[in-house]
Design a protein around this ligand. Structure first.
Ligand code: ZN
Length: 212
C-alpha cells in the first residue's frame, strides 16, 4: 500500500471545529484560540474516545429495556394488546402485513444493533491503534453518519403504525415505557457517532511512517 499523505496536525495545522478556519499553532505552552471566532482549538476532538464509549455503553444498556419493555399498547372495543418491538413484528407478520413487518424489523432492530456494533468495532480498533483497513473503517464511519441522519426513521415507523391502527379501528394507541428507552438509544447512538473523531483512525499510520 502506498504511504498516506502527512496529516495537517503533523505540520502544526489545526482546524477550528466551529468556523472551520485552518490556522497554524506555534506556541504549544498555552491553549490556542481560533483567530477568527475565538473558539478553543484542538488538533483532535478532546476526550473523543472516552465520551464515545460512555454514550455507547449507555446505548447498549438501554437497548435491553427498549426491546423487552412494552413499546406500544393498542386497544379497541374487542381486543387489547401490549407489544414489545419483536412481539409487534411477529403480530404484523402473522396477520399478513409482511412488508410493514420487514420494514419495522430492519429499522427498529437491525439498524440500531448494527450501529452499536460498528461503533464498538471502530472504538476498539482506534484504542488498539490498529493499522487494519483504515480506508474501509473510514467508509464505515461515513455510513454510520449517513444512517444517523435517518435514525429518526425508527420513531416515524412507530408513529405511522400508531396512526394506521387508530384510523383503521377507532382504537386507542399508547406508547409504552419501551418507546422512551428506544428513543434514548437512537439519540445516544447519534451523539456517540458525533463524538467519534474519524481522524483517530489515520493517526497510527502517521506514527508508523515516522518510525519507519
Ligand atoms: Zn473558528
Amino acid at each position: 500500500m502506498s504511504a498516506p499523505p502527512k496529516s495537517a496536525a503533523s505540520y502544526g495545522l489545526c482546524s477550528c471545529h466551529v468556523c472551520r478556519l485552518v490556522s497554524r499553532r506555534t506556541d504549544f505552552s498555552a491553549p490556542a484560540l481560533c483567530p477568527r471566532c475565538g473558539t478553543l482549538l484542538h488538533f483532535r476532538r478532546p476526550r473523543s474516545v472516552t465520551r464515545c464509549w460512555a454514550l455507547l455503553i449507555a446505548s447498549f444498556i438501554l437497548y435491553i429495556p427498549a426491546n423487552t419493555l412494552t413499546i406500544m399498547e393498542t386497544g379497541s372495543l374487542i381486543s387489547y394488546r401490549r407489544d414489545t418491538i419483536l412481539s409487534g413484528i411477529v403480530h404484523l407478520w402473522n396477520t399478513g402485513s409482511y412488508l410493514i413487518a420487514a420494514v419495522v424489523f430492519i429499522a427498529s432492530v437491525t439498524i440500531p444493533l448494527l450501529k452499536l456494533i460498528s461503533l464498538t468495532l471502530l472504538l476498539i480498533s482506534v484504542q488498539r491503534r490498529s493499522l487494519w483497513h483504515p480506508r474501509e473503517r473510514t467508509r464505515l464511519y461515513r455510513m454510520l453518519e449517513l444512517v444517523g441522519r435517518w435514525s429518526m426513521l425508527d420513531i416515524y415507523v412507530v408513529t405511522l403504525l400508531a396512526a394506521l391502527v387508530q384510523l383503521g379501528n377507532m382504537a386507542v394507541v399508547k406508547a409504552g415505557p419501551g418507546a422512551v428507552a428506544f428513543g434514548a438509544v437512537v439519540v445516544l447512538t447519534m451523539f456517540a457517532s458525533m463524538q467519534f473523531d474519524p481522524r483517530l483512525i489515520w493517526d497510527p499510520m502517521q506514527r508508523k511512517e515516522t518510525h519507519d
